[in-house]
Ligand binder design. Structure first.
Ligand SMILES: O=C(O)CCC(=O)C(=O)O
Length: 291
């Protein structure tokens, strides 16, 4: 990110997206509706996502961040900072395995009692229950994502259902920043109005992609996607404790991490109880599970 607020340029997977009203607009904050499930559901149906501030105790979120970064070699963190801050030293340990594979801290972390206790916070299940209008179960495949600024890497534009389509779509994703996550740290962005579009309308966009062999993601070029669909990316400067939930049909992506503060987040899926689950999501996540 460079310049002042009039000339910011963000990027995703190294491709610039000017931070101006052609491409970006703020997420709608639905925090005030939390105590009214009917209103909350109506807003979710309308927007395809909910941005909710202060759902979780920020101290509990920071404790999870601390537990995660404590597992890394101290040289990964800037000297004089704490694991809870998660500040990149500028140097990855040479022997650090790829993210999420067996041997990388994220692999053990999603299987830990610590993470399970966090993901089982009743506030998350209650929120999912309100939005899906009935009892829910959390799918076992929960993902922890972690990006540092050493390479421009982010989530490409996609809809979750492309990865979950062997089961019911009566589910939602809860995306949880594990620490403050402003735009420059690589927050999630949502393309407006896309949850009600035909899936096939995204197909022409797949011609511009850095992953031609993978038809599940749409494109890594967020400006191209916004221009072609004439829609803006909705953003927020997330804080610890905030949660978004989104429809499996809503197009979303993430921005590159350009700050020394590393991006850490979790995504959890809640399925309406009794609905068929995609079997790939009934086992713990690994960075190389291909799903
Ligand atoms: O955190 C990210 O970069 C992507 C997360 C995501 O796609 C999701 O939660 O569905």
């Amino acid at each position: 990110m460079t310049g002042n607020s009039m000339t910011l340029t963000l990027s995703s997977n190294g491709v610039a997206v000017p931070f101006d009203p052609r491409y970006f607009a703020p997420l709608r904050d639905s925090s005030a509706l939390r105590s009214d499930p009917d209103e909350l559901r109506a807003r979710y149906t309308e927007d395809g996502y909910l941005y909710l501030r202060g759902v979780l105790d920020p101290d509990a979120v920071t404790a999870v961040r601390d537990a995660y970064f404590s597992q890394f070699h101290p040289s990964y963190l800037r000297a004089g900072t704490t694991p809870a801050q998660g500040i990149f030293s500028g140097r990855r340990p040479a022997d650090l395995p790829s993210h999420g594979v067996n041997g990388h801290p994220a692999h053990a972390f999603v299987r830990s009692v610590r993470f399970e206790a966090f993901a089982s916070d009743p506030a998350l299940a209650a929120l999912a229950q309100d939005v899906l209008a009935g009892a829910v179960e959390r799918l076992p495949r929960s993902i922890v994502r972690h990006f540092d600024r050493s390479s421009p890497t982010a989530s490409r534009a996609h809809v979750d259902y492309s990865y979950l389509d062997a089961g019911s779509d009566q589910l939602l994703t809860a995306w949880i920043p594990l620490g403050d996550c402003p735009r420059s740290t690589g927050g999630l962005v949502y393309l407006e109005g896309t949850h009600t579009m035909e899936r096939s309308s995204f197909d022409p966009l797949r011609t511009v992609t850095d992953r031609p062999g993978d038809s599940r993601s749409i494109s890594h070029d967020l400006a191209w996607v916004a221009e072609r669909l004439g829609r803006r990316w909705r953003w927020a400067d997330y804080q610890a404790g905030d949660v978004t939930v989104h429809s499996p049909h809503r197009v979303h992506a993430s921005l590159d991490t350009t700050t020394d503060a590393m991006r850490l987040s979790a995504d959890l899926r809640f399925l309406r109880r009794g609905q068929p689950a995609d079997a790939r999501w009934l086992v713990a996540w690994a960075g190389d599970d291909g799903n």
